[in-house]
Design a protein around this ligand. Structure first.
Ligand code: NAD
Length: 370
């Protein structure tokens, strides 16, 4: 049975039975070869796992890893929403169940742990989902790292977040401090951030005590095509693109707060580049994976309007805001990896806008999708 996406409910968790294997490589012949590899039609491939493979970043990461020549197993509660997974094998399963976590890591060399109970500001900053966010994501991480240790997984990537940084350093929208070492003394402004910090420490403790190779990236607002664009879990770039697409010419769009809160946004391709470079490096992190191009939310809206060729009014309304200012600090990633994200925000917004425009158009022409 395919479980319904639990959407923030703990009590829908059942300890066993959520396990469904699907092989996507119908035409190939599989032969076992050396441990943690598989030979497909004569080609030897290293086996890797992506947890959260049905989500936005996970589904893109699966595609990238497959293109790089890995054999990829994906695990998630659900399939990717907007395209067929590129995974060789996809497990529909609930990683809060230790049995699912154990099945997921079997025979793989690397684990990319991206599964989490998360969403945009409308989901994680209202306080309504705090218990679920902490319980569900902590359970996923506890199960994954322990199962991975028992199965002798070689390397782990853990997706942390800019939300771990202390609120006190992000009050000034012009000068937020998100240098990696500023994380302590800890004071994240959301329970989502506290869980991420706990899980960073969990992976680091396993590295220290059991010798696991762990790499931790702190993502800063990743966006791009095939991300959630409606329903309450969408992030600011997607929400703004959707509002601009849907607004009539010379109409208006709503923005939470005064729109002067600042953020930076990283396009999905550069996020994946950072993840892969970090994983192949001998640097453990935690390290920021984000853009240093900081904008206000009003400026983000103006970029979307410019792309659309629309001139709209911005109406500011009350809503969940998060910290006043946040920007990636890329000094450490540049020093340790010799690389940092550099693509302009507007470039990524163009690709995202075009994709959301197509989604809205297909909903209009086919009301069953709306
Ligand atoms: P997403 O919500 O699209 O993907 C997360 C996936 O995890 C979802 O598909 C969900 O179904 C799955 N999942 C949740 N609970 C599960 C469970 N119990 N068992 C199996 N699967 C489960 O989010 P995303 O934007 O792709 O983010 C990926 C990771 O990166 C998350 O850990 C997130 O916290 C982190 N992150 C993302 C951003 C961002 O801007 N997108 C920023 C900081 C950190």
């Amino acid at each position: 049975m395919v479980p319904a996406y639990f959407g923030g409910a703990i009590d829908t968790f059942r300890p066993t039975g959520y396990l469904q294997f699907e092989l996507y490589n119908e035409r190939c012949t599989f032969e076992p070869c050396i441990a943690r590899c598989i030979r497909i039609s004569g080609v030897e491939m290293k086996r890797v796992l992506v947890n959260g493979a049905g989500g936005f970043i996970g589904s893109h990461l699966v595609r990238r890893l497959r293109n790089e020549g890995y054999w990829v197993r994906g695990v998630d509660l659900k399939h990717p929403e907007f395209s067929r997974s590129s995974a060789h094998e996809f497990i529909i399963g609930d990683l809060r169940d230790p049995n699912v976590a154990a099945a997921a890591v079997e025979g793989v060399e690397d684990v990319y742990q991206l599964a989490a109970d998360m969403g945009g500001a409308g989901y994680i900053f209202t306080g309504e989902h705090d218990a679920c966010v902490m319980h569900n994501s902590a359970a996923i991480n506890l199960n994954t790292v322990e199962a991975g240790r028992k199965a002798d997984v070689k390397r782990f990537f853990y997706s942390s977040s800019a939300c771990i940084y202390p609120e006190r350093n992000q009050m000034d929208p012009e000068n937020p401090n998100c240098a990696e070492e500023s994380a302590y003394p800890a004071a994240p402004d959301s329970e989502y951030g506290w869980e991420k910090l706990f899980s960073e420490r969990l992976y680091l403790a396993y590295a220290r005590n059991y010798g696991l190779e762990v790499h931790i990236g702190r993502f800063h607002n990743i966006f791009g095509p095939e991300g959630t664009w409606r329903g309450g879990r969408e992030k600011a770039p997607a929400a703004i693109c959707r509002k601009v697409v849907e607004a009539p010419a010379h109409g208006e769009i709503e923005v939470w707060g005064d729109g002067l809160q600042t953020r930076s946004f990283l396009y999905i391709d550069e996020c994946l580049e950072g993840v892969r470079r970090l994983m192949e490096s001998n640097f453990q992190g935690p390290v920021n994976i984000g853009s240093e191009e900081m904008v206000t939310i009003n400026q983000l809206a103006e970029i979307a309007m410019r792309i659309a060729g629309k001139s709209l009014q911005i109406r500011h309304i009350p809503g969940p805001l998060g910290v006043r200012g946040r920007n990636s600090d890329n000094r450490l990633i540049a020093e340790k990896l010799g690389w940092a994200p550099s693509a302009p925000l507007e470039q990524g917004m163009r690709g995202t806008f075009a994709w959301i425009n197509a989604q809205v158009t297909s909903c209009v022409s086919n009301p069953a999708l709306a």
